[in-house]
Design a binder for this molecule. Structure first.
Ligand SMILES: C[S@@+](CC[C@H](N)C(=O)[O-])C[C@H]1O[C@@H](n2cnc3c(N)ncnc32)[C@H](O)[C@@H]1O
Length: 286
């Protein structure tokens, strides 16, 4: 084990040297992004009433499972899970060095570019979690480099869980509709697919590792803004920093600065009782 840890430390040191501070508009080490990820973690955990939907609760309690969090970000999900279910071994892989250095002993964080392949043997993990990566990865990598690679390191009978939000809200007023139309257009022109979520089940099936009947897709409409109560009001405040990133991608109408434009968007989200549309895909490997 000592040897493995030394290898991991060396791997992280070498990767660190090659890292850029910022790999895209949505992957960066800025404090605002880091804060947003941490608050959003608690927000969605409360809304979904837990950190996972896969039927693994009892096994997690018993312990001995190998668990992987892909694109683990600030490591909040991994740390939370390792506290709730301490008898398992957790790995987080992340392209940026934003995970915590003080952490429980049952977690290993690795700097790794998923697109270069995962540094694990086939059939290693009992459970793999991937959350909020739809704006980090271009559409052409999802099948071969992401889903097929995750299926490779997942053991037969293990679960892959993917959590993503739509890049829009429900109940859109006219300004919100126009805002997201333009954000989608901007994302497409940057080579992203803002509706990649609609292809997720197809990717899972095409990997050849998951049967249709072993894939469960659940949707949740998460209220955002004052109208949904205290938690949703906080949710919209956090979501606001993401809206701000989106707003930098589009041309703001003349006579408005970014803050007044976003105030208008926020107001409309409140008035129309908009929700973020959150998806969870749970797939059992055959
Ligand atoms: C929106 S964040 C989500 C973080 C975390 N999953 C969560 O739910 O809080 C997406 C994360 O994926 C990481 N990421 C993007 N591309 C990656 C890649 N090719 N390999 C590994 N991690 C990557 C980003 O650096 C970022 O931390």
């Amino acid at each position: 084990m000592g040897n493995a840890i030394t290898k991991i430390k060396k791997h992280n040191r070498n990767k660190n040297k090659r890292l850029k501070k910022k790999t895209s508009l949505f992957n960066n080490e800025e404090e605002e992004t880091i804060d947003r990820l941490q608050v959003l973690h608690h927000f969605y955990r409360d809304q979904w009433k837990g950190n996972f939907s896969s039927p693994i609760g009892e096994k997690l309690k018993d312990g001995g499972l190998m668990i992987l969090d892909v694109g683990s970000g600030t490591g909040t999900w991994t740390c939370d899970m390792s506290t709730d279910f301490p008898l398992n071994l957790y790995f987080g892989v992340e392209i940026l060095p934003i995970f915590p250095h003080e952490k429980p002993r049952n977690i290993v964080f690795l700097i790794n570019n998923l697109l270069e392949g995962l540094p694990f043997r086939s059939n290693s993990f009992d459970y793999i979690h991937l959350r909020f990566m739809s704006l980090s990865l271009k559409p052409n990598v999802w099948q071969d480099k992401v889903i097929n690679e995750l299926a490779r390191v997942l053991r037969p009978g293990g679960y892959l869980e993917i959590v993503e939000n739509e890049i829009t809200v429900s109940n859109r007023g006219p300004n919100v509709q126009e805002f997201f139309d333009r954000v989608h257009e901007a994302l497409r022109s940057e080579g992203y697919n803002p509706t990649i979520i609609n292809l997720m089940e197809e990717f899972l099936i095409n990997s050849g590792s998951f049967k249709n009947e072993d894939i469960k897709h659940t949707l949740m409409y998460v209220p955002m803004g004052k109208w949904g109560g205290k938690l949703s009001e906080m949710g919209l405040k956090t979501y606001y920093s993401l809206l701000k990133v989106f707003a930098t991608m589009i041309k703001i109408p003349k006579k408005q600065n970014i803050d007044s434009y976003l105030d208008m968007i926020n107001e409309e989200i409140n008035v129309y009782h908009s929700c973020v549309i959150s998806h969870r895909f749970v797939a059992r490997k055959s």
